[in-house]
Structures are given as C-alpha cells and as structure tokens.
Write a protein that binds this ligand. Structure first.
Ligand SMILES: [Zn+2]
Length: 69
C-alpha cells in the first residue's frame, strides 16, 4: 500500500535549495584576509567592496561558492 504525500516535491525542492541560501549567507558575512593589490597590506575584507586601510584602494571581493556536482 502506498500513500501520496501531497506537496512532497515542493518540500524536497525547498530542502534541496536551502543549503545554497545558507552557504551564500555565510559567504556574505564571512571575513577574509586579503592582500591589497596596490600596497600589499593584509587586511580583513568581506564580500563586496573593501577599502584598504593603508592606501584606500578599493578591492572588489567576490566570494565564489564551489559546488560539487
Ligand atoms: Zn593598500
């Protein structure tokens, strides 16, 4: 005997997509140590535009999420 679980596909899809959203959020709030391309100073940066505290150069940091397929 089998029963149909209505909306199961939607539920599974939502669960499948959840990790991406969580990882993306984590990546956006994560801090990275990067090196200024101009003066070479190491500073803490996050996803997006970051201003070097030493020389003021803007570094655009893109966080890539690598997925295993
Ligand atoms: Zn700099």
């Amino acid at each position: 005997m089998s029963a149909n679980f209505e909306g199961l596909d939607d539920l599974l899809n939502a669960l499948e997509n959840q990790p991406d959203a969580i990882i993306k959020k984590a990546a956006e709030t994560q801090e990275f140590e990067i090196e200024c391309k101009k003066c070479g100073k190491l500073f803490t940066a996050h996803s997006g535009k970051n201003k070097c505290p030493n020389c003021g150069t803007i570094t655009n940091l893109t966080v890539e999420i690598k997925k295993e397929s």
